[in-house]
Design a protein around this ligand. Structure first.
Ligand code: FE
Length: 285
């Protein structure tokens, strides 16, 4: 067994997007700070409605998936096809933009905390021009596993193997074999999980900090930072003094060229020019 260690730390930066939603961006701050197939990770967290109420009015996407996970709050999603989805606390929206979607993502509350994440996951060239589709997964459809050492794990996508017992998340069968976990470990607690050796993986503590790696070589990872992991077939995480809440993501890399212009992510410059032209001409979708 080779335990993964932290290879690179990306501290998030404060920025804003959409209609002016304040957020912290870690992956995707620049086009070199990515981890194939993960393109971007944003966290929004505020009790001040001025920071989020403007939401993300109508905008396009092509060529990848957006995954929105809400810890707290309400968001309404509506798209050009007339679909509407209501994302509530603990729920996930998994959207494949494919050849194109034009949508809006708007907070449905004018008080209280809105906290959540949006992850952008690249699609292989062969799937970039598929028809757009999305799934709303309510909180009660996400399995929760109690950890032997205290704490809990939510399996959003892929399979988690805890002490020999396998738990499947509601999202399965992606060609990147993606694993998306929300892990909470109590103060002083410890968590270990097997991971596919050739998958890229990262950890993002959203509350508290943790140490990653076998005891002798473990390295601290602060809240609101991405820790990109070395290759290896398992991960060891120790919670800090206040306990930790973190996202753990892993996936098979695509190893394909990336051409990105804002919300369009393709393989070549020509395909990006086509996406811009299609959007201008009203035939993105
Ligand atoms: Fe969007």
């Amino acid at each position: 067994m080779t335990t993964r260690t932290i290879q690179q730390i990306i501290q998030s930066v404060a920025t804003s997007d959409g209609g002016g939603v304040k957020l912290r961006r870690s992956l995707g701050q620049t086009q070199t700070l990515r981890l194939d197939p993960f393109l971007m990770l944003d966290e929004f967290s505020s009790i001040n409605p001025d920071d989020y109420i403007a939401g993300f009015p109508e905008h396009p996407h092509r060529g990848f998936e957006t995954v929105t996970y809400l810890l707290e709050g309400h968001m309404l999603h509506s798209d050009h096809l007339g679909n509407q989805g209501h994302l509530k606390s603990g729920g996930v929206q998994w959207m494949r933009a494919g050849r194109g979607i034009i949508h809006s993502e708007m907070p449905q509350q004018d008080q209280g905390r809105l906290q959540g994440f949006q992850l952008w996951v690249n699609l292989p060239a062969s799937e970039k021009m598929q028809t757009a589709a999305y799934r709303d997964i309510q909180a009660d459809a996400i399995p929760v596993v109690a950890l032997p050492d205290g704490g809990q794990l939510k399996v959003i996508a892929g399979q988690a193997d805890i002490a020999g017992i396998r738990t499947d998340g509601p999202i399965q069968g992606l060609s990147t074999d993606l694993l998306y976990l929300d892990v909470r470990i109590a103060s002083g607690g410890h968590f270990t999980l097997p991971l596919a050796n050739d998958h890229n993986a990262f950890v993002y503590p959203y509350q508290g900090h943790c140490n990653i790696g076998a005891a002798a070589s473990s390295r601290p990872l602060a809240a609101q930072s991405v820790g990109i992991l070395s290759k290896g077939d398992s991960i060891d995480i120790h919670a800090g003094n206040e306990g930790v809440g973190l996202l753990l993501l892993a996936a098979k890399p695509l190893n394909e060229p990336i051409a990105q212009y804002g919300p369009f992510v393709m393989n070549t410059r020509e395909e990006i020019e086509q996406a811009i032209a299609d959007y201008k001409n009203g035939c993105l979708v």
